[in-house]
Design a protein around this ligand. Structure first.
Ligand SMILES: [Zn+2]
Length: 158
């Protein structure tokens, strides 16, 4: 089982190639019986074009290690939330130049307090502005830092 997780760690998110699907929290459960492997995944965002790619990448990675009886199942409920991203995953997002989600979705204060400041992943300045609700993909919003002028993507909470 540990071995399968190690293989899954090598499967990167097609949109954010520095972060693995395990770190993103997409992998919900792995079951192994004899040679048969079943993997439950919860896609990050229903509008993501990467959605259909991930099961293919998982099967390819496992096949290259000799697991050719692999079934990937999409679990749509409960829906994925950014709370499932691991600490190392959040760190990698930031290093990649994507501002990680500011608040946990379990923190309901963002519903009443309006949008929180999104710190710039490059200089940590909170002096940033929203450029577009949609960044390079529908899962991200485009921001720009007013201090260092760097544009960056913000991984939206959902
Ligand atoms: Zn900046």
């Amino acid at each position: 089982m540990e071995e399968i997780y190690q293989i899954l760690e090598t499967v990167k998110d097609p949109e954010i190639p520095v972060i693995s699907i395990v770190e993103l929290g997409i992998v919900r459960e792995v079951r192994k019986q004899n040679g048969h492997v079943e993997i439950d995944i919860t896609p990050t965002y229903s509008g993501c074009p990467a959605l259909d790619v991930i099961p293919v990448l998982i099967r390819e990675a496992l096949a290259s290690e000799g697991y050719d009886d692999v079934h990937v199942k999409n679990i749509l409920s409960p829906a994925w939330t950014t709370d499932w991203i691991s600490e190392s995953g959040l760190q990698k997002l930031k290093e990649y130049g994507i501002a990680p989600p500011v608040e946990k979705t379990s923190d309901k204060s963002f519903l009443t307090d309006g949008p929180k400041k999104v710190p710039c992943p490059f200089c940590n300045s909170e002096n940033t502005k929203l450029v577009s609700q949609f960044g390079s993909t529908p899962c991200k919003a485009a921001y720009q830092c007013i201090d260092c002028l760097e544009p960056f993507d913000y991984f939206k909470c959902h």
